[in-house]
Design a protein around this ligand. Structure first.
Ligand SMILES: *[C@@H]1O[C@H](CO)[C@@H](O)[C@H](O)[C@H]1NC(C)=O
Ligand SMILES: *[C@@H]1O[C@H](CO)[C@@H](O)[C@H](O)[C@H]1NC(C)=O
Ligand SMILES: *[C@@H]1O[C@H](CO)[C@@H](O)[C@H](O)[C@H]1NC(C)=O
Ligand SMILES: *[C@@H]1O[C@H](CO)[C@@H](O)[C@H](O)[C@H]1NC(C)=O
Ligand SMILES: *[C@@H]1O[C@H](CO)[C@@H](O)[C@H](O)[C@H]1NC(C)=O
Length: 478
């Protein structure tokens, strides 16, 4: 097998977590953003006031821990950016990255859609003019425990991680977080995410929907937004191999063997040796390029690349293999350097700045030992559609990992009636992609974007996000 699974120093990480000291809250009385400025959420102890290298910003942001399970001592780390203007009138959006095991702070917040993108020297941050907090209050969560700064004081928790575990902790997180931010308790709420969060997001949405039957627990969830999402394992796999073939990554012969010998619907597709060998050939060719972005260059300089976290594949008999979500391994290095700085950890209320936490963008151990993964989100989609939630799915069309074909096969298996046929959508007078509207669901492509779409098309992504929040079509005229 070509892809060798490497183990991270997980116990070293755990030890660091166990030894770490409760954050010292130093910023209680400071007023970020100038004299006399009204703090829309006040300082609840988590206000970030002196983040090293932070560009000037006219909005408040908060970071810290929320305990989600007191018995076992589980705490999830979040970073929350209020909207750039009129936060009290804007919705709340939770953003999740996938993996499983990857950080929404390292990817979403600081490489994709947050206001402060990590700079290429790892020392500072640069302002993102297309940050999604122009349109919404943006909440980034490192989930589940073991990801990024999030941790558990009970080591056996790390052996039990899976989809349901993750959804339950994220749900508890929301209610505890609302206690810190009461003005958001009844706010219009959306959940967004990409890659493996294609599972986290519908699963959390379903849990909220179910719990909402109790009025005291009601959360005003209005919709979900998914980018290059893992949706249905069998369809995702067929899409991956068809895309590799149709984009000249593998030969006709290899593709034909896969089509003849692989049953991706079976509980153990890898029992068939012809299938396994041919799929290995696909992965081997993808190792030559960037599977997340077919037409951009790969990172050669990366030190983290030596124990390549970014393209780990897991293949077990029970679950579909997964490749970790992520785009630029070089950028991952800069993020790692930044988040492991003592003054950064102190400013974000992670540690006291002395006994540090060991932050990495993806936790490979979580990825390898994932206990439970729902094979298909299609039944959940059906439920959420009939509940009237807004569901939008977008797909960067140069991603080979969760390619546009995978999403189209999954949506096709949903069998929804088409209400607006395939047509282009525009941004700055160019075709930004195509979209099609179904009864209860909107699907759109981003032309020339890889797996983490906003990295490639920041301005287009912001325009698309704006349309999603308004529930309006993406611009369909030049
Ligand atoms: C805390 O977590 C443990 C292990 O996951 C679980 O059995 C228990 O029910 C949780 N407690 C609460 C209050 O949710
Ligand atoms: C985990 O243990 C440390 C050390 O005892 C403690 O300071 C911290 O509050 C615990 N975390 C949680 C979430 O209970
Ligand atoms: C940033 O975005 C705003 C609003 O889209 C725009 O008016 C402004 O010109 C942009 N600034 C830069 C430096 O691109
Ligand atoms: C998997 O099985 C489902 C249910 O029988 C079917 O609808 C779907 O087309 C199958 N997918 C593949 C890729 O064979
Ligand atoms: C952090 O983890 C890396 C491996 O990911 C390890 O090499 C390093 O020693 C760890 N640092 C600390 C302070 O534990």
């Amino acid at each position: 097998m070509d892809i060798v699974l490497k183990h991270t120093l997980f116990f070293a990480l755990l030890l660091t977590l166990l030894l770490s000291i409760k954050p010292v809250l130093s910023s209680r009385h400071k007023n970020w953003g100038g004299v006399g400025r009204k703090l829309s959420s006040g300082d609840n102890g988590d206000l970030v006031t002196d983040l090293p290298g932070q560009p000037h910003a006219d909005f408040q942001h908060y970071a810290g821990y929320v305990t989600v399970n007191e018995t076992n001592g589980r705490a999830l780390f979040y970073w929350f950016y209020e909207a750039m203007a009129k936060p009290e009138e804007k919705p709340l959006v939770l953003w999740l990255n996938g993996g499983p095991g990857c950080s929404s702070v390292g990817y979403g917040a600081t490489q994709e859609i947050g206001p402060f993108l990590v700079d290429t020297d790892g020392n500072g941050l640069k302002f993102n003019n297309f940050s999604w907090n122009r349109e919404a209050n943006m909440l980034f969560l490192e989930s589940p425990v073991g990801v990024g700064f999030s941790y558990s004081n009970t080591t056996s928790d790390y052996d039990n991680l899976g989809d349901d575990f993750t959804a339950n902790d994220a749900y508890n997180f929301l209610h505890k977080w609302f206690l810190k931010f009461p003005s958001y308790r009844t706010r219009t709420f959306y959940i967004a995410g990409e890659s493996y969060a294609g599972k986290y997001v519908p699963e959390l949405a379903e849990l909220i929907h179910d719990k909402n039957k109790d009025p005291s627990l009601h959360i005003d969830l209005k919709g979900i937004l998914l980018g290059n999402p893992e949706t249905s394992d069998a369809e995702d796999w067929v899409g991956l191999v068809d895309y590799a073939w149709s984009h000249a990554v593998v030969s006709d012969e290899t593709h034909k063997i896969i089509r003849q010998s692989c049953d991706f619907n079976s509980s153990d597709p890898w029992r068939n040796k012809d299938c396994t060998q041919a799929v290995d050939e696909v992965l081997k060719q993808y190792k030559e390029i960037d599977i997340y972005s077919l037409y951009t260059s790969v990172c050669f300089a990366s030190t983290a690349n030596a124990n390549d976290n970014s393209m780990q594949m897991k293949r077990s008999s029970k679950m579909m293999p997964r490749i970790m979500g992520g785009y630029d391994p070089c950028l991952d290095d800069y993020a790692k350097a930044f988040y492991n700085k003592p003054d950064v950890q102190k400013a974000l209320h992670v540690t006291d700045g002395h006994s540090l936490k060991n932050w990495s963008i993806c936790n490979n151990d979580i990825f390898e030992h994932w206990r439970q993964s729902k094979p298909s989100m299609i039944p959940i989609y059906k439920k959420l559609i009939s509940a009237g939630l807004r569901i939008w799915i977008y797909s960067g069309d140069t991603d080979g990992r969760v390619p546009v074909l995978s999403t189209r096969y999954s949506l096709s298996s949903l069998g929804l009636p088409i209400t607006k046929p395939w047509r282009p959508w525009y941004h700055e007078k160019e075709v930004s992609g195509w979209y099609q509207e179904y009864e209860g669901l909107t699907f759109a492509t981003f032309r020339g974007a890889g797996h983490a779409v906003p990295c490639f098309k920041p301005s287009n992504s912001l325009a698309f996000f704006t349309a999603f929040l308004l529930g309006e079509d993406p611009p369909s005229t030049r």
